[in-house]
Design a binder for this molecule. Structure first.
Ligand SMILES: CCC(=O)NCCS(=O)(=O)O
Length: 349
């Protein structure tokens, strides 16, 4: 039996799963999102150049990806430290930090933030979407990718001895590219050897999550230990959602706090409100999936920090939980979503 078995691996070492407490399963504390810059709407170029003023904050909420400076979360470590202290005060215990290779993972900063704040931080192994894969990554075999991912969990990543405790977020586009397919297979192979949690970023198409599950399953992955992220912007039809839920992955609603009329990466998508997200959770709970739901904010741009008038990492604990209770989700079910499900997912087999 491995020393990881029955434990959760944080950036400060192994911990007993009961120590985690309330857990956000999909956040970023330091990263860059330059890979996904989207030009501003015509006529808005000037605002986009100079957005960090009070009168521009609404524009930034609507167009977060159209301002280069907004994409540099790695410049805000001080503000993030304050946020994590506030998160602890609000009753938070753990954050899963989903930054993988391609969007500037910074393990020493994660370790320092965990030390400074007392929040457990679990770091992610593996690769983000194809557009961030280097030519060298694209040339790698599945076996080589598997070895790298395993090493990031067992020995440490990016030339450090800081170990990842989860594989992901593994990025996929739609359609899924050849390089992403190799990374998905490597993820499944690594998971088979390690018995570890996996988390996936699906492309923006309602059929993407099921296609990913198919690829992982074919490669031997454990779907019951896998989180499918971003369902709030991916599957909208109740019937399709239940079909997907039957496949057995964790179901993640992780864009709480995001307000956006036009979702630039897919204009077909109407980004839901937080009330609609809570409604989706209540529906899944009613259908018997309370053991499978996990939640987060997926903070990945500066404007979502409280420093810039954003909702911050405590929004779910402070505002969404009361709304969940108001909409018929019981305290026991809330505790499953925030404590028991993340704990079960994050514990190595
Ligand atoms: C790195 C953060 C990330 O991938 N967030 C998801 C954004 S979106 O695909 O839901 O727009």
């Amino acid at each position: 039996m491995s020393e990881l078995s029955g434990k959760v691996q944080t950036v400060l070492g192994l911990v007993d799963p009961d120590q985690l407490g309330r857990t956000m399963t999909h956040e970023h504390l330091t990263m860059t999102f330059e890979c996904c810059y989207f030009p501003p709407p015509p006529g808005d170029e000037e605002v986009a150049e100079n957005p960090f003023q009070m009168q521009h904050m609404h524009w930034l909420r609507q167009n977060p990806y159209s301002c280069h400076e907004n994409l540099l979360l790695q410049q805000e470590t001080g503000a993030v430290r304050d946020e994590l202290l506030a998160y602890r005060k609000a009753g938070g215990g753990t954050i899963v930090e989903n930054t993988t290779t391609g969007i500037d993972r910074d393990l020493p900063t994660l370790k320092q933030l965990a030390k400074d704040t007392g929040v457990h931080v679990v770091a992610g192994a593996g690769y983000y979407v194809d557009s961030t894969h280097t030519e060298a990554t694209k040339r790698m075999s599945v076996e080589k990718l598997t070895d790298i991912i395993i090493s990031e969990v067992l020995h440490g990543a990016d030339g450090t001895d800081i170990r990842c405790g989860v594989i992901g977020e593994i990025g996929t586009s739609w359609p899924i590219t050849e390089s992403e397919t190799k990374v998905l297979r490597a993820t499944a192979h690594a998971q088979t050897q390690l018995g570890c949690p996996v988390i996936i970023h699906p492309g923006r198409n309602p059929t993407a999550p099921a296609e990913i599950v198919r690829i992982l399953q074919e490669a031997g992955g454990d779907i019951s230990k896998t989180v499918m992220s971003h369902l709030d912007r991916t599957i909208f039809d109740d019937g399709e959602l239940l079909e997907f839920a039957k496949l057995g992955s964790y179901l993640e609603y992780d864009l709480f706090g995001t307000e956006m009329l036009n979702y630039p990466y897919n204009l077909e998508v109407d980004m839901p409100s937080d009330s609609q997200r809570v409604k989706a959770l209540a529906f899944l709970v009613k259908e018997g999936y309370d053991d499978k739901i996990v939640v987060a904010h997926d903070i990945h741009t500066k404007n979502r920090l409280t420093k810039y008038g954003g909702h911050g990492y405590s929004h779910i604990l402070k505002n969404i939980v009361p709304k969940m209770l108001m909409r018929g989700i019981s305290q026991n079910q809330v505790d499953k979503i925030l404590i028991d499900n993340p704990k079960c997912w994050l514990t190595f087999k």
